[in-house]
Design a protein around this ligand. Structure first.
Ligand code: MG
Length: 158
């Protein structure tokens, strides 16, 4: 059986000099406002994994009211979702991620982020795709007020 899941996440820019993307520290003119490390790519991907498994969402598993997750590395959220899926007999087939922002630009960081995400998921490099788009300067993303990500994953149980 195969199942699909989708995820979406947004964080506002705030004070700081970098953003975390796919577990990689990317220099930027701002940081993000977040309880955890605010990694939009990993949050969207974690939600997609939980969605594919019929396991709810990231807020249910890691409430931002819980001090345990303050400043947490979002890789641990992702690993938890993968291990929940494994407990249910699923493995990840592939993940397709889209980053939405005017900045930072992804090009210089794409390869290392892709590697990082593949490692966290425990899949081959070619099972992870990473795309980026601007919103043509429109809306809150276009005004550089924040950063968003979308994720789709396919999982399989044999
Ligand atoms: Mg988030």
């Amino acid at each position: 059986m195969i199942r699909v899941g989708s995820g979406f996440d947004v964080h506002a820019f705030g004070s700081g000099d970098h953003v975390m993307l796919g577990g990689v520290r990317v220099p930027h003119e701002a940081g993000v406002v977040a309880h955890s490390d605010g990694d939009v790519l990993l949050h969207a991907l974690t939600d997609a994994l939980l969605g594919a498994g019929g396991l709810g969402d990231i807020g249910q598993h890691f409430p931002d009211s819980d001090p345990r997750w303050r400043g947490a590395a979002s890789g641990q959220f992702l690993r938890h979702a993968v291990s929940l899926l494994e407990q249910h007999g699923y493995r990840v087939i592939n993940a397709d991620l889209t980053l939405l922002c005017e900045a930072p630009r992804l090009a210089a960081h794409r390869a290392v982020i892709r590697e990082s995400v593949a490692r966290l998921l425990g899949v081959a490099l070619d099972a992870v795709n990473l795309k980026a788009t601007t919103t043509e300067k429109m809306g809150f993303l276009g005004r550089r007020e924040g950063i968003a990500a979308e994720a789709v994953v396919l999982i399989e149980r044999r």
